[in-house]
Design a binder for this molecule. Structure first.
Ligand SMILES: Nc1ncnc2c1ncn2[C@@H]1O[C@H](COP(=O)(O)OP(=O)(O)OP(=O)(O)O)[C@@H](O)[C@H]1O
Ligand SMILES: [Mg+2]
Length: 145
């Protein structure tokens, strides 16, 4: 397994984070697993909105905390998972998260990947760090076997 920093970026607005998501979408292909790390309000959902726009998917990303998995299909099959409330391995298995993260037919996007206590092989890890109100550092690591 090798790792490469694809982007190390400073964003100073929601729009800029979305644009980076759009640009990053060009590197994504079917079967990719994308893990997003970062605290509450970091901008994970905002970045995913940009990814969906970049993939030309007519579905808006949102992450209401009570929805764990949203699955939809447009130009591509998308699994959007939010693990905020899933703090144990058993809860992940109860929701079938193990199957979503192995879905080779979809692009799978995982918010709160800190809680993903399962073996998996991500294509990309995205770290979003809140620097202050409007500034974020966004680091995208590309993983290859
Ligand atoms: N540079 C920035 N990039 C992204 N969001 C920003 C930025 N500056 C300010 N914000 C604000 O931060 C918030 C990010 O919200 P978002 O829902 O994307 O975060 P999240 O990481 O998905 O949070 P949660 O853990 O609750 O799901 C928004 O209110 C947005 O307006
Ligand atoms: Mg979110």
């Amino acid at each position: 397994m090798t790792e490469e920093i694809l982007y190390d970026y400073l964003s100073s607005s929601e729009e800029e984070t979305m644009m980076l998501g759009m640009e990053f979408a060009e590197s994504i292909s079917k079967g990719d697993l994308i893990l997003l790390y970062g605290e509450l309000g970091a901008g994970k959902t905002c970045f995913i909105k940009g990814i969906l726009r970049g993939l030309r998917i007519n579905e808006i990303a949102n992450s209401p905390s009570f929805i764990v998995v949203r699955q939809f299909e447009d130009k591509m099959k998308i699994n959007h998972i939010d693990l905020y409330r899933l703090s144990s391995r058993q809860m992940l298995l109860d929701y079938g998260i193990d199957e979503y993260i192995d879905d080779i037919e979809a692009v799978t996007l995982v918010e709160w990947a800190e809680n993903l206590l399962l073996d998996c092989s991500p294509s990309f890890n995205v770290f979003i760090k809140k620097l202050d109100n409007n500034n974020r550092e966004i680091i995208i690591i590309k993983k290859t076997d």
